[in-house]
Design a protein around this ligand. Structure first.
Ligand code: GAR
Length: 223
């Protein structure tokens, strides 16, 4: 459980709109934590500009400049430890972690994924949803474990899929929800309202049997 100034790190690989949403909510006091630093594995990620504009220290750790995943992760851990980070949030961070990293931050890594997990883990979710002619899509926040997008689910938001949708319209609709559910789950985690133990998620001290679904009442918590 984090104190009010608990330092958090956001890891990302690209545009960084989720990272920006997390920074905004933390800076406005809706997440009881301080975004101490952000790390990108890509030097050309636009999110770096967003972090810079928000006055958050940023680091680039290019995965392809390390001889192994272990060395790449050792550098991530070195940076995280230099900020005394114990909570890591993945906002579009497109690398898979080894057991070493996961165990170092066990039960303290949250990820946002653009699908209603367990459906559509991995990449290209919007394209696959359109191809399968699904009528519903969405996003999920989950704790990160070793399996790709397999960790215990916390919170989901659904969106409709229309016949007129293309990948871009669907991305926009889902991202809008991502920018709500991710800061909300992080807020709960930082308040100690949400935690994970032995693969089980607890919310308000009760075992979560299935992921929470975003409601209007939840949304008001972020206003
Ligand atoms: C988001 O849609 C996020 O859910 C996804 O990458 C995008 C990043 O957008 N993450 C994954 O696919 C992880 N498996 P952003 O850079 O604008 O936040």
């Amino acid at each position: 459980m984090s104190d009010s100034n608990a330092p958090i790190a956001v890891l990302f690989s690209g545009n960084g709109t989720n990272m920006q949403s997390v920074i905004k909510h933390a800076q406005q006091g809706r997440i009881r934590a301080r975004i101490a630093c952000v790390i990108s594995n890509r030097a050309d990620a636009y999110g770096l500009t967003r972090a810079n504009n928000a006055g958050i220290p940023s680091h680039v750790v290019p995965h392809d400049q390390f001889a192994s995943r272990e060395l790449f992760e050792a550098e991530l851990i070195r940076i995280l430890e230099s900020y005394e980070i114990e909570t890591v949030v993945l906002a579009g961070f497109m690398r898979v972690f080894s057991e070493v990293f996961i165990n170092r931050y066990a039960n303290r890594i949250l990820n946002i994924h653009p699908s209603l997990l367990p459906k559509y883990p991995g990449l290209g979710t919007h394209h696959r949803v359109l191809k399968a002619q699904e009528s519903q899509h969405g996003c999920s926040v989950h704790f990160v474990t070793v399996g790709l997008d397999e960790g215990p689910l916390v919170l989901q938001a659904k969106v409709p899929v229309f016949e007129t949708d293309d990948v871009h319209s669907l991305i926009r609709r889902v991202l809008e929800k991502e920018h709500i559910v991710f800061p909300l789950a992080i807020r709960w985690f930082c308040e100690g309202k949400l935690y994970c133990n032995d693969g089980t998620v607890y919310f308000n001290e009760k075992k979560l049997e299935r992921p929470l679904q975003l409601t209007i009442a939840h949304k008001t918590e972020l206003v």
